[in-house]
Design a protein around this ligand. Sequence first.
Ligand SMILES: *Cc1c(COP(=O)(O)O)cnc(C)c1O
Length: 379
Amino acid sequence: METIGFNKPYMSGKELYYIARAHFNARLAGDGPFTAACHESLEGFVGCKRALLTHSCTAALEMSALLLDIQPGDEVIMPSYTFVSTANAFALRGGVPVFVDIREDVLNLDESLIEAAITPRTRAIVPVHYAGVGCEMDTILDIAARHGLKVVEDAAQAFMSRYKGRPLGGIGDLGALSFHETKNVISGEGGALLVNDASLIARAEIIREKGTDRTRFFRGEADKYTWQEVGSSFLPGELTAAFLLAQLEDAREITRRRIEAWNHYHELLQPLEAGGLLRRPVVPPECEHNGHMYYVLLPAEVDRQHVLAELLGEGIHAVFHYVPLHDSPAGRRHGRVHGTLKQTEDLAARLIRLPLWVEISRPQQARICATLRRVLEKS
Ligand SMILES: *Cc1c(COP(=O)(O)O)cnc(C)c1O
């Protein structure tokens, strides 16, 4: 029996060629020609004012916290149902993640609960576009504008997705992308900070280059570079950028094929939903997603661990995530909960993610869905 892994990184075929060219150029530190080409590509896709490669989405979120000058005690509104980096980046500056519940349909931050969570200490809102499906950005931007708050989109999963026609990551003041091996477009570890508020560009470049104006110096805009403010080294080397460029050149094709696989799951699982065995993901009409993830929600009475173990026994590697942050040791120490997190706790306990990658085949998907059906009918 063939084992179907949860993820299989896609290779465009040009990665090693570009890496060989970087090697031949003998130009390996960050911000060389491959990084510049990636920046141009990302700015074209997202329409942001400036894209800056980082060594991860985590790093891009940490840069955001520095750029917004988050101080100890400053509050940042975000979902608890997210990856740890969303909160950790702000907690590193002494900021307080304020966890708000998610929507039952899309599992994104519930925009109707944000306003009540705002206090005089609130500085920013961090919508996380779960599964590459956009948060209700118009409402979030409106709340932020009325309260003088910044918006940082955690678009780690949302490269090439759109909300009302606008690319995700290009809507808030800042956006953060991930090119981790488990995402759609990859470089092993990697990410980018997307700057949409032009007034933040100069400081973003400084913070990314160890707090110096080296980026301006390299452009010939300064005759020396010096320490300007607190920063760190957030940029990847050229080998990573070379790999990423090969992927970016295939971004449309990668997205198209993932959506195709996503749609096939959606079709195959329709009868299971109709039979009350599970709930399929919801994509609102104003959102175009990128096929990043296919998840299903199990009925409350079904034992998820049992389902995952049964699938694994049949050679199918499905997974669950996230353990909500408010309930984690560090989340309890550094964060604050606003209201109840009823949906977060309920949905997080019932979700499983099915294998999804560019080259997954229709027979593999059929086998996964048939096995899932058998397991759920017995559960
Ligand atoms: C993957 C992910 C991250 C972290 O990305 P890295 O590039 O691994 O740092 C952050 N937030 C969300 C929502 C993610 O899915």
